[in-house]
Design a protein around this ligand. Structure first.
Ligand SMILES: [Mn+2]
Length: 294
């Protein structure tokens, strides 16, 4: 691998679920950045914690009827991050992501704070994002900074990317106004519980009619803190992981080019259960994607 875009790729990580299969369509990339976390920092340690948890998962997905042990993952390692320059890191992430996207790989990135998704969405050339998140991340700026975990979807929307968000419950009025004026759709946690997953999936399918490259983002704080306590910004009244995965199963198709798991903060996850769930989301989602590739 001598492409100049890989200058900031450190291949020496532990490998996800023990896999390093170069020919797998799934590339794992660790994005250890947590510069803008406002409450409980430490998500830079999540790629390593989630890889650790992944050593003990089963490869067969009942939900997808797929055995991921058959094709495995190509764990490419971590992007090396600058300790304080968010924009520089987003550039590095974008560049590494574009390398794997051009090879036709499906990129699975492990954050890191949600800001890393700006790099992976742009790098994989996605035109639509479906994001599970307690927050909308639609702020123009957060405490003076435009490249911040609270502004991720706003920056992407400004790039012309179509955005739909699910599982939201910690929202500002400014964000609702921006969403309404810019065509961003969101389904709150409360609405998900009322309308049910079939209707949620129907709305996603409807929303993605014009999309050709779909990116899926799992901010772990979309999940209820009883299942995922170790996140940077916990928010009560969340979705269950089963609700999320069963919804994804209903709308997922071949147009998914990448997905991420972000915002796990291992220092606040003493039992390790949030990292176990992160690795399970990766396994189940890639199995669901694979079931559509064949
Ligand atoms: Mn969030």
């Amino acid at each position: 691998m001598s492409d100049s875009r890989l200058l900031y790729l450190n291949e020496n990580s532990r490998k996800f679920a023990g896999f390093n299969k170069e020919n797998s369509p799934f590339v794992i990339l660790g994005l250890p950045m947590d510069i803008t976390s406002s409450y409980r920092p430490g998500s830079r340690f999540a790629p390593s914690a989630i890889r650790e948890a992944s050593q003990y998962i089963e490869f067969y997905s009942l939900r997808a009827d797929e055995d991921m042990g058959e094709i495995g993952f190509n764990d490419a390692g971590d992007v090396v991050m600058h300790p304080s320059n968010v924009e520089e890191n987003v550039k590095r992430i974008r560049s590494v992501a574009s390398y794997f996207a051009e090879k036709g790989k499906i990129l699975i990135s492990i954050g890191g704070e949600h800001t890393v998704s700006i790099g992976t969405v742009l790098g994989t050339n996605a035109d639509c994002v479906i994001s599970f998140d307690a927050h909308l991340d639609l702020r123009e700026e957060y405490m003076g900074y435009r490249y911040d975990h609270a502004c991720v979807m706003r920056r992407l929307s400004e790039e012309g990317i179509k955005i739909m968000e699910i599982g939201n419950r910690a929202i500002s009025r400014e964000e609702i106004q921006y969403a309404n004026s810019s065509g961003i759709r969101f389904i709150t946690t409360n609405e998900v519980n009322i309308i049910g997953i079939r209707e949620v999936a129907k709305r996603v399918i409807n929303f993605t009619k014009e999309c050709s490259r779909i990116y899926l983002s799992y901010d772990m704080d979309s999940i209820d803190p009883s299942y995922a306590p170790g996140v940077a910004t916990p928010e009560p009244e969340g979705l269950s992981p089963t609700t999320i995965l069963d919804t994804v199963k209903l709308f997922i198709d071949r147009r998914i080019v990448a997905f991420d798991v972000v915002e796990v903060s291992p220092s606040y996850d003493p039992s390790g259960i949030t990292s176990v769930l992160g690795s399970k989301l990766i396994l189940e989602t890639s199995a669901l994607i694979r079931s559509k590739l064949l």
